[in-house]
Design a protein around this ligand. Structure first.
Ligand SMILES: Cc1cc2nc3c(=O)[nH]c(=O)nc-3n(C[C@H](O)[C@H](O)[C@H](O)COP(=O)(O)O)c2cc1C
Length: 176
């Protein structure tokens, strides 16, 4: 499968089989997280692998979006390790962690696993439940597993803006 097919095939899986993810597949996803580009190569991503009952129960406390997945990644960035842009002090944490999560998502898809990116959680609750050190900021949960036989894309998956709303050639001064 080439990238075009992979990207077209991926959708947010919200129903999983009750089947653990094999170690080789977990390792491939973590390698994709490691290979991701980050600003100035600072590599601020920190990833918690949650696949034991106690941890999954905590995920269920902080979000309703686990969808029964047997494995959940929590992707954080370390605030002390990010790159800071000198012009406006913007930091690269969200962007770095998002690229990492995206690579993990596509690697999972490539090996027959499904994922859904989850942002719907209260970071303060996550901090409390997982005893997150202050310097770590949680960006995403990524429930991961084998899609259930009747897993299917949501309606939103098919609602894509036309390219002429998204893309501007040469000038965007007249937006919108
Ligand atoms: C940054 C981000 C946050 C998201 N948060 C959630 C979430 O909390 N819960 C959820 O069910 N889906 C979440 N999604 C999935 C989107 O709803 C989904 O990607 C979008 O509707 C397009 O559908 P598709 O992924 O099936 O193509 C999130 C996706 C992104 C990129």
């Amino acid at each position: 499968m080439d990238f075009k097919e992979l990207a077209a095939k991926r959708y947010s899986v919200r129903k999983f089989l009750d089947k653990p993810v094999d170690k080789e597949k977990l390792d491939l996803i973590l390698a994709a997280a490691q290979n991701a580009p980050t600003a100035h190569n600072r590599q601020p991503q920190r990833i918690l692998v949650i696949d034991q009952a106690a941890g999954l129960a905590k995920v269920d406390i902080v979000t309703r979006c686990r969808f029964g997945a047997p494995l959940v990644f929590m992707i954080c960035y370390d605030k002390t390790e990010v790159s800071i842009r000198k012009y406006d002090q913007e930091n690269s944490g969200w962007v770095d962690a998002s690229i990492v999560t995206t690579q993990m998502m596509f690697q999972a898809e490539d090996i027959g696993l499904g994922t859904t990116w989850v942002m719907h959680f209260d970071p303060a609750k996550v901090r409390e439940q997982f005893q997150l050190p202050e310097q770590l900021f949680p960006v995403a949960f990524l429930p991961t597993g084998y899609p259930a036989a009747d897993a299917a894309p949501s309606e939103l998956h098919f609602q894509r803006h036309p390219l002429d709303k998204l893309v501007y050639y040469g000038s965007i001064a007249q937006y919108p």
